[in-house]
Design a protein around this ligand. Structure first.
Ligand SMILES: NC(=O)C1=CN([C@@H]2O[C@H](COP(=O)(O)OP(=O)(O)OC[C@H]3O[C@@H](n4cnc5c(N)ncnc54)[C@H](OP(=O)(O)O)[C@@H]3O)[C@@H](O)[C@H]2O)C=CC1
Ligand SMILES: O=C(O)C1=N[C@H](C(=O)O)C[C@H](O)C1
Length: 275
């Protein structure tokens, strides 16, 4: 244990599937204090977040409006952090608001465009505020991406399949986009065509990312979060696959990001850059 004051943490999207895991992880972390809980549902406004998520009272009420809690956090001695697991529609404004109050965002919400990420980077830079945008907090996925980078040196053909539960709002997944970006940065174009392809059914060949990389999205009840990166070459297939079975797999990454973001002065995109 250090003598440092605990890091004040606000969780935005506190009652959601990820938000509730973050609340429990932060409440259990000795070097953090749960400072605030935000969620949009007016029916749970003012209720104790611990009672709402079923882990017992935590003495932190859920608030619908982020402004008062961000303002209060900005007065704290220790730099405060806002973890965002909300919705692709709201995440951009949430992050801007946090940075405006000097609160460091740790963003798990996916669906931000590359233009939005660039704008947020500029905003964070001007404010000299750390901000982490992390499409996937699980160590297994980071290892898969590193293995994919290695494989890309030897294979010229690759496609990505991501599979998720059918409550997911955005497609393709933020993880698939990031994986494709990492492969595209390897300085080559994949999947040189062997024939002229036509689609009898629009979308059959998936979405086309940079450098010829195809991404296919599957949405089904019964799935949680899964991704395959499939490399092909004459006579062989090399498949990388990651499966999640419980959202607790993301929590070590979320806690690491909270501890790291307060040391940064600009935006960083991807967990691989801070581990
Ligand atoms: N980076 C990573 O490792 C991971 C990222 N994710 C991403 O995190 C995001 C959230 O996922 P998940 O927890 O499954 O989604 P949920 O829908 O279960 O949770 C989102 C929560 O945020 C609330 N919410 C929606 N809009 C707002 C807003 N403007 N302000 C405050 N709260 C809001 C929702 O309320 P209501 O239900 O009433 O609308 C809900 O309680 C997704 O983008 C998902 O892809 C998920 C897993 C891992
Ligand atoms: O919505 C989810 O569940 C997930 N979303 C993230 C994404 O879009 O990549 C991370 C993980 O795949 C789970």
């Amino acid at each position: 244990m250090t003598n440092q004051e605990p890091i004040p943490v606000i969780v935005n999207g506190a009652a959601g599937k990820m938000g509730r895991e973050v609340i429990k992880a932060v409440a259990a972390a000795e070097d953090m204090t749960l400072f605030g809980a935000i969620d949009i549902n007016p029916e749970i406004q003012g209720q104790d977040v611990g009672e709402v998520i079923g882990c017992g009272a935590l003495e932190v009420p859920i608030m619908n409006d982020p402004q008062p809690i961000l303002c209060a956090a900005s007065q704290e001695k220790q730099p405060a952090v806002m973890v965002d697991f909300t919705h692709p529609k709201s995440v951009y404004e949430n992050v801007r608001a946090a940075i405006a109050y000097g609160v460091r965002p740790v963003v798990g919400t996916t669906g931000l465009s590359s233009t939005q990420i660039d704008e947020l980077a500029e905003f964070a830079d001007k404010a000299s505020i750390g901000c982490l945008i992390i499409p996937n907090f699980s160590i297994g996925m980071i290892l898969l991406q590193q293995a994919a980078i290695q494989a890309s040196k030897y294979f010229d053909h690759v496609e990505i399949i991501e599979l998720h539960h059918n409550q997911k709002a955005d497609a393709p997944s933020g993880t698939a986009i990031k994986t494709a970006e990492m492969l595209a940065e390897m300085g080559k174009t994949y999947n040189p065509p062997k024939v002229k392809e036509t689609e009898t059914l629009a979308g059959s060949r998936g979405g086309l990312a940079d450098e010829g990389i195809r991404i296919h999205s599957v949405r089904l009840p019964g799935l949680l979060a899964h991704q395959e990166v499939i490399f092909g070459a004459p006579g062989q297939i090399y498949t990388l696959r990651h499966d999640t079975s419980d959202r607790t797999c993301y929590m070590p990454g979320v806690l690491l990001a909270i501890r790291q973001v307060i040391k940064l002065k600009s935006l960083v995109y991807g967990l691989e850059k801070i581990i």
